[in-house]
Design a protein. Structure first.
Length: 380
């Protein structure tokens, strides 16, 4: 199902997809258990991704990219999810961080960071969430105070993907006393700045090979030239970029759901009970039929959203719908797949159990399901 979709109907994309899957199977799948144990991928894996042309392919050629459309990013994300190819948060790096620099950063920042992001020499992260704020981006406490031609930054962030491996982090800061929607800015902070500290690599119930960290800023001094776009315009930039982030999550949710279904279908054909494969039981067939139908509906919707996004027509409510529908579907579907595996579905060594724990966060990050419903509901 990942391959035969009209949205990917081009001469190059199927070839690109095959090369991406082969890369993951060769360079990531053999290492994923070790990465899971150590809580992050090897730093050198990012350079391998860069060498394979799998980081920020949508960037213009002048910055090292392939100057292709967003479908190529989706292929990379879908195949990573489908093969469970380790926890490098490629989507954060390529689909979220890079566009902020490209769209709003000045030319010096673009020249300095984008080529390194393409090669994997620099790993990017973005820090929005803080302890005690969660989805309330207008309630952030981290401050950036002007001091001549520098900002002095103080505060902390949490749940930051790529937090252990990142070389810089786009940090959402309060730049006025009032804060709120009109008082936040996005500032690029290099990881080697004095006063910047990585906290612990947080232990999660799933996505064990994806490093997720606390970050601390203690009088971190950065030049004002590290400001992304205009001062106090950060919240507006976030709102402009969140639809792509949510579409990315939706695509990952669908690819993970497809993988869970595929391995479950294979299992029901192999597993015997009462003298026959369990796929021969009516209940099993009904469960599989319903899941297959939901997958087809989900793919049709996200592909429609992808087509809109490529044309610049994907609005925030529709992006929220895509994330809401697909992540809720993923949780329901994976739970049903575990049930069809019986006791083996509860065993860590079985892939479906790992899908079960990995899927839970999908309804939380990038905006919770409840926030998605609120965004959609406001437009009705």
């Amino acid at each position: 199902m990942l391959k035969n979709r009209s949205v990917y109907n081009s001469e190059d994309l199927p070839i690109f997809r095959d090369s991406v899957r082969k890369f993951y199977e060769a360079e990531a799948v053999p290492h994923r258990d070790r990465w899971s144990d150590q809580g992050k991928v090897d730093r050198g894996f990012w350079n391998k991704l860069g060498e394979a042309g799998m980081l920020c392919p949508q960037l213009p050629e002048e910055y090292g990219g392939l100057n292709v459309d967003y479908r190529y990013c989706c292929v990379i994300n879908e195949e990573q999810a489908y093969t469970r190819a380790g926890g490098a948060a490629i989507a954060v790096h390529s689909d979220i961080v890079a566009p902020y620099i490209l769209e709003y950063g000045d030319e010096a920042l673009k020249q300095k960071w984008l080529p390194k992001m393409v090669s994997g020499d620099a790993v990017g992260a973005i820090a929005m969430t803080e302890p005690g704020t969660g989805s309330d981006l207008q309630g952030i406490k981290t401050t950036a105070v002007k001091d001549g031609d520098h900002f002095i930054i103080n505060g902390s962030k949490t749940f930051i993907s790529n937090g252990q491996n990142c070389d810089f982090v786009l940090t959402v800061c309060k730049t006025t006393e009032e804060g709120g929607a009109q008082g936040s800015s996005i500032i690029l902070i290099e990881a080697d700045r004095e006063g910047f500290k990585r906290g612990r690599n947080l232990e999660k119930i799933g996505m064990h090979s994806s490093d997720t960290s606390e970050l601390f800023f203690d009088d971190v001094k950065v030049p004002v030239t590290n400001l992304i776009g205009y001062e106090n315009a950060g919240f507006m930039y976030l709102m402009q970029q969140l639809p792509q982030e949510r579409l990315s999550i939706a695509m990952i949710a669908m690819a993970s759901s497809q993988r869970a279904f595929d391995i479950t279908l294979a299992y029901t054909k192999e597993r015997h009970a009462f003298g026959k494969p369990i796929v021969k039981f009516q209940n099993t067939r009904f469960e599989l039929a319903e899941m297959k139908t939901e997958l087809e509906v989900g793919w049709a919707f996200v592909d429609q959203c992808l087509e809109k996004h490529i044309k610049g027509e994907l609005d925030a409510p529709t992006a929220a719908m895509s994330k809401l529908w697909t992540t809720e579907l993923q949780s329901r579907l994976v739970d049903r797949c575990v049930q069809l595996h019986g006791g083996y579905g509860f065993m860590k060594e079985y892939e479906i159990a790992q899908h079960y724990t990995d899927s839970r966060v999908q309804r939380i990050y990038g905006g919770t399901s409840e926030i998605m419903k609120e965004l959609i509901g406001r437009t009705l």
